[in-house]
Design a protein around this ligand. Structure first.
Ligand code: KIV
Length: 304
């Protein structure tokens, strides 16, 4: 796989801030394995998120709640290796999964350290607003950059009553703005705004010095993030309203595998060009040895 002529300089948290200040949009996409990481890196994406969306996009769960820290470490390490194979330019963020940062600050710091030390992420992301400022402060104090995530926070699906757009009335919008400011003050270097009205995202973005990365938050943010499988149209049954399919990979995979199944059945595959030959193979047929003994009993030798 060869990369495009993307610049090789690593994208750091400072580079993301510079991009905001310069009005350059930030592109971010999720990835969960090395193959995807190599492809998105070759495409020149600025940042890659190993999201706990892996639970829904890959593992077949209907929420992100069952995803564990071990799984996040496993997937993040694969993505790190894939990015390195393509020059290591993209900024890598790993999600703190449900249950790793809500119970105690110490849990949060230890989980973040595992993602950095064992998987090689450059930053962690956690969901929640002002109630997590102490957690953010302590992770940052440990030397680990933190990306915030407010608006629709999938780990709170039960509290929200479903995956619903947040901040549609003035009180809730005001709270989202307060949360964004609190996260910035606590030391977050960027914040994801998920599924909030574009008007609110514009205000939040204009009031923060750190970059905002939107998903379902309209165009007036500093960058966009999409889930890899949504961007590629890999789910044949569901597309969120905010996602755009840049390809119909799901249809392509289904049709390709269907063609393969057809050719196996019809014996069209493998053709001669897919087969190996050797002119020197001369096998003497082995004599048929009649050493097959009839069983003396039934199951486990019991008399029949
Ligand atoms: O887990 C994830 O993929 C995310 C993005 C939707 C921002 O948090």
């Amino acid at each position: 796989m060869s990369s495009q002529s993307a610049p090789r300089k690593r994208v750091t948290i400072h580079e993301l801030r510079r991009m905001k200040d310069a009005g350059e949009k930030i592109s971010m996409v999720t990835a969960y394995d090395a193959t995807a990481a190599r492809l998105v890196a070759a495409a020149g994406v600025d940042a890659v998120l190993v999201g706990d969306s892996v639970g829904m996009a890959v593992q077949g769960h209907d929420s992100t709640l069952p995803v564990t820290l071990d799984q996040m470490v496993y997937h993040s390490a694969m993505v790190r290796r894939g990015l390195e194979r393509e020059g290591g330019r993209a900024h890598l963020v790993g999600d703190l999964p449900f249950g790793t940062y809500q119970a105690s600050v110490d849990d949060a710091v230890k989980a973040s350290m595992r993602l950095v030390a064992e998987a090689g992420v450059q930053a962690v992301k956690l969901e929640g607003g002002a109630e997590f400022v102490e957690v953010v402060r302590r992770i940052v104090r440990a030397g680990i950059p933190v990306m915030g995530h407010i608006g629709l926070t999938p780990q709170s699906v039960h509290k929200m009553g479903g995956y619903v757009v947040q901040g549609k009335d003035s009180d809730k919008a005001q709270q989202i703005l307060r949360d964004a400011r609190a996260l910035e003050a606590a030391g977050c270097y960027a914040v994801v705004l998920e599924c909030i009205p574009a008007e609110l995202a514009r205000i939040v973005t204009s009031q923060l010095r750190i970059p905002t990365i939107g998903i379902g938050a309209g165009p007036h943010v500093d960058g966009q993030v999409l889930v890899y499988t949504d961007l590629l149209g890999m789910d044949l049954t569901f597309t969120p309203k905010f996602a755009k399919h840049y390809a119909e990979v799901g249809v392509m995979v289904r049709d390709a595998v269907s063609a393969y199944v057809g050719e196996v059945k019809s014996r069209a595959f493998p053709a001669d060009e897919h087969s190996f030959h050797s002119a020197s193979v001369r096998l003497v047929p082995a004599p048929v040895e009649d050493d097959h003994e009839e069983p003396q009993g039934g199951v486990m030798g019991a008399p029949i």
